[in-house]
Design a protein around this ligand. Structure first.
Ligand code: NAD
Length: 258
């Protein structure tokens, strides 16, 4: 890479954000991690090492997002890649979900990417270069956890809208939709007990053609592709990195007829 490109990863203190930051750093980018949890974000930046640094950012607050983006631009001058990864997941079903929980999920997972993307677009337009990458989910296809699924489906739709609107400035927008990711000890988006994790992992694996959970590296590899120069003509896509977990199950009798 002649020019050192800058990659901003939201939710950078979390399990996947760290993995994405580490992969993109290996690929030569300057990494900036942003998270609501400032001290965990600094720890994650130290773990990744090199010139990686953390900034505090609450993706649900326009002033917080705008001041964090200003600080990043003051320090490193550009933002080439934005990975909208910050997200929350509350196990819910529609009947029992309260309004506040619904609002919180949509605020972080959908409004957050809108605010962060809106804040970085002027710099990307000026550069005439940008890569917007959203972390969504295969969950929107299968039902279950309706507020979460709706927030991620909305983010896929925003991605298509960005792809359409920003192409004139050489800005692409794509989404990576993971299946269930192998949990990092101490970092579980669902705060499950080890027993609950085991049970839900078994269920996910039994429904996944490539009989395993996703690793952070699986997801980070797809992000690295969308971030790369060679993906410059790919925009408006959602790539499932889910081992086939997104596919409807085969007919119960399929194997009988083979
Ligand atoms: N873990 C999975 O199995 C899985 C599967 C599919 C998609 N995803 C998606 O991947 C992304 C990362 O998930 P993860 O497993 O690393 O979860 P995680 O809980 O480990 O990380 C999420 C991070 O987002 C941060 N965050 C939450 N609210 C924020 C806010 N308002 N502002 C800024 N940061 C905020 C948290 O502090 C945390 O560091 C999420 O968008 C999630 O929906 C995860």
């Amino acid at each position: 890479m002649d020019l050192r490109r800058v990659a901003l990863v939201t939710g950078g203190a979390g399990a996947l954000g760290r993995g994405i930051g580490a992969r993109l750093q290996k690929d030569g980018y300057q990494i900036v991690l942003a998270d609501i949890n400032a001290s965990a974000c600094d720890d994650a930046a130290n773990d990744i090492g090199g010139d990686t640094f953390g900034v505090q950012m609450d993706v649900t607050s326009a002033p917080s997002v705008e001041s964090a983006v200003d600080r990043i631009l003051d320090r490193v001058g550009r933002i080439d890649i934005l990975v909208n990864n910050a997200g929350v997941l509350v196990k819910d079903d529609h009947a029992s979900m309260d309004e506040e929980t619904f609002d919180r999920i949509v605020r972080v997972n959908l409004k957050g990417p809108f605010l962060v993307t809106r804040a970085v677009i002027p710099a990307m337009k000026k550069q005439r270069y940008g890569r917007l990458i959203a972390i969504t989910s295969r969950n929107k296809l299968s039902g279950g956890m309706p507020a979460y699924a709706a927030s991620k489906a909305g983010l896929d739709a925003l991605t298509v809208a960005w792809a359409r609107e920003l192409g004139d400035w050489n800005i692409t927008a794509n989404a990576v939709a993971p299946g269930s990711i192998k949990v990092t000890p101490g970092l579980d988006i669902l705060n499950r007990s080890p027993e609950q994790q085991l049970a839900s992992n078994r269920l996910a694996i039994s429904r996944t053609p490539i009989q395993r959970l996703a690793t952070r590296e699986d997801i980070a590899g797809a992000v690295a592709y969308f971030a790369s120069e060679e993906a410059g003509f790919v925009t408006g896509e959602t790539l499932f990195v889910a081992g086939g977990f997104q596919l409807a199950p085969a007919s119960r009798y399929a194997s009988d007829s083979e």
